[in-house]
Design a protein around this ligand. Structure first.
Ligand SMILES: Nc1ncnc2c1ncn2[C@@H]1O[C@H](COP(=O)(O)OP(=O)(O)OP(=O)(O)O)[C@@H](O)[C@H]1O
Ligand SMILES: [Mg+2]
Length: 257
């Protein structure tokens, strides 16, 4: 049976567009005919909320799945999988309980492999891609995401210090032998010379890693989070075109063409 390709969307800096990328990439991949499971490991649970997760419900969240797993209790992963109906993206939600999960995970012998073990459930083989939306940190749960990932996408907001801010995430990827699929420049605004400079600097420093397609600062992206819909729901729109091109690059690099 074919295994899913696991992508962690990761960068230790907050607010660079990780969640916006996760939900719009998930929706784009579904539109291209791929089956997607999105996993939220961030206690802020922005991805979950954007996909329509309403708390509390009686079903398990990622926190329950992880704590059961490390306690040796059986899990029914299907029960934790909801569907973002508007986009037909399946997802496992996070909640605030995930804020303390790294402490519990540290007690587990294979403490960086918990997420990988959970995602090796046969239920996951029905998906082509699993996207993991990381929190803005490099803690044990993010280590788990990197260790579970076949490829890592690092969003870099096109502002001052963007290049420097990539290093901690690079080092953490190296530590976990995580393959970097690519760096995507986000929230690019051509009206600012500084933004142009940052995009050029990233492409010069990492010509192989930087995705050709840059993501601009557009209201369509910002609205997708709070309006619980992807950029594809807006008629026309440059954001949609960018996403389609970026997704093609991601599909090619992940060998899922
Ligand atoms: N391309 C974009 N254009 C305009 N606004 C954007 C874009 N990408 C993200 N935003 C906005 O920037 C803010 C941060 O985005 P997002 O939540 O995706 O970042 P994040 O890296 O997931 O944050 P955190 O580190 O807190 O998880 C949000 O308000 C979002 O709507
Ligand atoms: Mg986020």
């Amino acid at each position: 049976m074919k295994k899913p390709y696991v992508i962690a969307i990761c960068q230790q800096k907050g607010g660079v567009g990780k969640t916006t990328m996760t939900i719009n990439l998930a929706a784009t991949l579904v539109r291209k005919g791929y089956r997607i499971l999105a996993v939220d490991i961030d206690p802020q649970a922005n991805m979950s909320t954007s996909m329509g997760y309403l708390v509390p419900d009686k079903r398990p969240t990622l926190y329950n799945i992880i704590t059961n797993h490390i306690s040796g209790l059986s899990n029914n992963l299907m029960e934790a999988i909801r569907t973002w109906e508007a986009e037909q993206v399946d997802y496992i939600p996070s909640n605030i309980m995930m804020a303390g999960v790294s402490g519990s995970i540290s007690q587990y012998p294979n403490y960086t492999s918990v997420l990988r073990e959970i995602l090796s459930d046969p239920v996951c083989n029905r998906y082509d891609y699993i996207l993991i939306d990381c929190k803005p940190a490099l803690d044990l749960i993010v280590d788990n995401a990197l260790a579970a990932a076949d490829g890592v996408i690092i969003p870099a907001q096109t502002e001052e210090y963007a290049l420097d801010q990539l290093y901690p995430t690079f080092l953490q990827c190296q530590k976990h032998h995580a393959h970097i699929l690519g760096i995507v420049c986000t929230m690019y605004d051509p009206r600012y010379n500084a933004h142009k400079g940052v995009v050029e600097a990233i492409h010069t420093a990492y010509p192989e890693l930087a995705f050709q397609q840059t993501i601009s600062r557009y209201a369509d992206y910002a609205n997708s989070l709070n309006e619980k819909r992807s950029v594809h729901c807006v008629p026309g729109g440059e954001a949609k075109k960018q996403l389609l091109k970026l997704t093609d690059e991601i599909i090619t690099r992940s060998g899922k063409e």
